[in-house]
Design a protein around this ligand. Structure first.
Ligand code: ARG
Length: 449
């Protein structure tokens, strides 16, 4: 085989990222072998100290990475041999690369999820911060991207707080899926040594051991769980990114992004392009792609391990990098953006946002809702044709549409509309205040965990 072809199977250029987990897994394994008298204690001590030196070499950048050794497992094992000699060969007793890589990647996924959960927490803090800082800022709420009803800006921020809260739950669930210790499964059938799997699981922080060796070496559900949590979270990030792009445009002018999150144009001096938000939106596709790629890789594989499964790693590393950096950038954008409360309020006033409230007003006077809806829709047509807003027409004009109208109709304002929505989950000031309090408590509880 030519050198060029043998490179085909190499994964060391990316799976070296598993070095910490690989070494931690080997240390736990070899200590267990000694406890079970499968190897001598001195042999285990020598292996452990060799592995610790290797970790040091990797972390200080002096480790001799070798392509011809294909992957992280072989690179570490060969180096151990160079350092401690023949006894290094005992490390792989009662183990296969199949259960070894299954272990390493589970450990890695759990660590990656912990990091991501921290960033989700940070982003949710920034959303609550903006909700609190802009208490009582009223803006148009939209459906179909048409101004629909007034809402509090904090209510809008807290909608995302909810979404990212569900994302955190999904990542917790993905972590639970990863939390099963596969060592002891061997290549596929288990190993013929008196090993103690439970103690390895405990040492490595797993809450349980896998129950079926064939499943354990061929299962990548935990990676898929990661990807699906990441994909949904990126979808949420992409939606808020899109709102930031729109809100910062001259057409909306609802927010001003901090300088550090905008870029100028090489030709148009006035530009403040929202590149960070656009890239957050744009990178979402990559994360979806990584989910689809692994689903496709796994779909036709017979049990148990197949080399195809080596393709599981780059996608997870990539999605991990994208989602972490996007969460950090989004937190930065949200916490530093300037909210143009006056423009939001202005937009809420200078439109037909109160149509629903005027309808409800007629309902309050005893008119059936459907009839009131029809009448207010006629008023809306009429004012539109006159180039006026609803609160700009006279009581006489209102009364031409229904004699149930009286002066009270002019008490309907953007604020009264918001205040009226005083139901759990609604946008009234007091409800949003309660929601902010609940959000703060939720974040504090997460801090205590
Ligand atoms: N680099 C391989 C992977 O990531 C390790 C397992 C190799 N096992 C084997 N039997 N070829 O999947």
């Amino acid at each position: 085989m030519t050198n060029r072809m043998s490179n085909y199977t190499v994964s060391i250029h990316y799976d070296r990222r598993l070095y910490k987990q690989d070494i931690a897994g080997s240390i736990a394994h070899v200590r267990m072998l000694a406890r079970q008298s499968i190897i001598e204690t001195e042999e285990a001590d020598s292996i452990v100290s060799g592995l610790e030196q290797i970790r040091e070499e990797i972390e200080t950048g002096v480790f001799p990475w070798r392509n011809e050794l294909e992957d992280i497992h072989m690179n570490v094992e060969r180096r151990l041999h160079e350092k401690i000699g023949q006894v290094a060969g005992k490390l792989h007793t009662a183990r296969s690369r199949n259960d070894q890589v299954a272990l390493d990647f589970r450990l890695y996924a759990k660590d990656a999820i912990d990091d991501i959960l921290k960033e989700i927490h940070g982003l949710r803090q920034s959303l609550v911060f903006q909700a609190e800082a802009n208490a009582r800022v009223v803006m148009p709420g939209y459906t179909h991207l048409q101004r629909a009803q007034p809402v509090e800006f904090g209510h809008h921020m807290l909608a995302y707080f909810e979404m990212f809260g569900r994302d955190a739950e999904r990542f917790h669930a993905a972590k639970t899926t990863s939390d099963s210790m596969p060592l002891g499964s061997g290549a596929l059938a288990g190993v013929p040594y008196p090993i103690d799997r439970a103690s390895v699981a405990e040492e490595l922080g797993f809450s349980k051991i896998s129950s079926n060796s064939m499943d354990a070496v061929s299962d990548r559900d935990f990676v898929l769980a990661f990807h699906s949590a990441a994909s949904i979270c990126m979808m949420h990030l992409s939606r808020i990114a899109e709102e930031l792009v729109m809100w910062s445009s001259d057409e909306f002018n609802f927010i001003r992004l901090a300088d550090e999150y905008t870029t100028g144009s090489s030709i148009m001096p006035q530009k403040r392009n929202p590149d960070y938000a656009e890239l957050a939106r744009g990178r979402t596709g990559r994360v979806y792609g990584n989910l689809m790629a692994l689903l496709t890789t796994m779909k036709g594989l017979p049990l148990t391990y197949n080399r195809d499964m080596q393709e599981d790693k780059e996608g997870l590393f990539d999605s991990e990098d994208v989602i972490k950096s996007t969460l950090i950038a989004m937190k930065g954008m949200i916490s530093t953006m300037e909210v143009e409360g006056d423009n939001m309020r202005q937009a809420a006033y200078s439109s037909y946002l109160l149509a629903t409230d005027i309808t409800d007003y007629l309902v309050g006077k005893g008119m059936p809702f459907r009839e009131a809806h029809g009448i207010v829709s006629q008023i809306s047509e009429y004012t539109h044709s006159k180039g006026k807003l609803m609160h700009e027409i006279s009581l006489d004009t209102y009364r031409q549409f229904s004699d149930l109208f009286d002066e009270g109709v002019f008490e309907i304002t953007v604020d009264s509309s918001v205040l009226a929505r005083d139901v759990p989950g609604g946008t009234s000031f007091s409800r949003v205040e309660l929601a902010i309090k609940a959000a703060v408590i939720e974040l504090e509880e997460e801090n205590d965990e």
